[in-house]
Design a protein around this ligand. Structure first.
Ligand SMILES: [Zn+2]
Length: 244
């Protein structure tokens, strides 16, 4: 079964272009962030993977909120964008520190708090490496350091289809591999709940076909990973390494 699960993302490779979810014409990484969240599980086995998935995709969820209310935008005609509130380096650090404060207040555990906050910031780091996501087209940089008018940065790994394909599904496969080694099922539900999660990952790109402003809601679907992750891990046990 695990072979099937590991092979699943590769079966979907032809859908890469839709796996990079479009928000108002801009593309966002998805599977790479998911892979990093899954891979972080051994660091803090007692933190639900649902929390980790939500943390790693939080910047995009915020992007959905800010574009919906008009604070951020992407112009599909010119490929110009304004994403400082979600994807600016400065605000990403603010969201990271906010997460660190909240998780510390809730858990009183530095290791858990640092890993969860680190996942929030990992989003910016991965986006910095992958943006701008031209995939064959040359696009302007879209990650601002501060707010509008500040320099925009990005190493542009996703300017080629090969770069995007290898990174996106490579990170996902690595994350799945590490997660499955860390969190073993104790019953059939534990086994199949992971397949449900994989199915959610696979179907998530379809949310880009939602009409009009509903596109913005696509990023909120990531919040569903929280209950599914919690449910799944009631039926899995974790490698004993690490006490957090
Ligand atoms: Zn992003």
């Amino acid at each position: 079964m695990y072979t099937i699960i590991l092979a699943t993302p590769f079966l979907f490779k032809n859908h890469l272009r839709i796996s990079l979810i479009k928000i108002k014409g801009g593309k966002i990484m998805f599977y790479g962030h998911i892979g990093v969240a899954l891979a972080a599980k051994p660091l803090v086995p007692k933190v639900s993977v649902g929390v980790m998935l939500v943390a790693a995709t939080a910047i995009d969820t915020l992007c959905g909120v800010f574009t919906a209310v008009g604070m951020e935008w992407v112009n599909t005609a010119t490929s110009e964008s304004s994403l400082p509130w979600s994807h600016g380096l400065f605000m990403s650090l603010v969201w990271t520190l906010l997460t660190l404060s909240i998780t510390w207040l809730v858990t009183k555990n530095w290791k858990k708090s640092l890993v969860i906050a680190g996942l929030v910031f990992s989003h910016w780091v991965l986006d910095f490496i992958s943006h701008p996501m031209g995939m064959g087209r040359s696009l302007p940089n879209d990650l601002p350091l501060f707010f509008d008018g500040s320099p925009k940065v990005g190493l542009g790994l996703y300017s080629t289809v090969a770069g995007a394909l290898i990174s996106e599904f490579g990170l996902l496969a690595a994350g799945i591999f590490i997660y499955l080694k860390t969190a073993r099922p104790i019953d059939h539900i534990g086994k199949w709940a992971f397949a449900v999660l994989i199915l959610m990952f696979a179907l998530f790109p379809l949310t880009m076909f939602l009409p009009g402003k509903l596109t913005y809601l696509a990023t909120f679907v990531t919040l569903l990973f929280l209950p599914v992750g919690i449910w799944m891990e009631r039926h899995r046990r974790f490698a004993e390494k690490g006490s957090a």
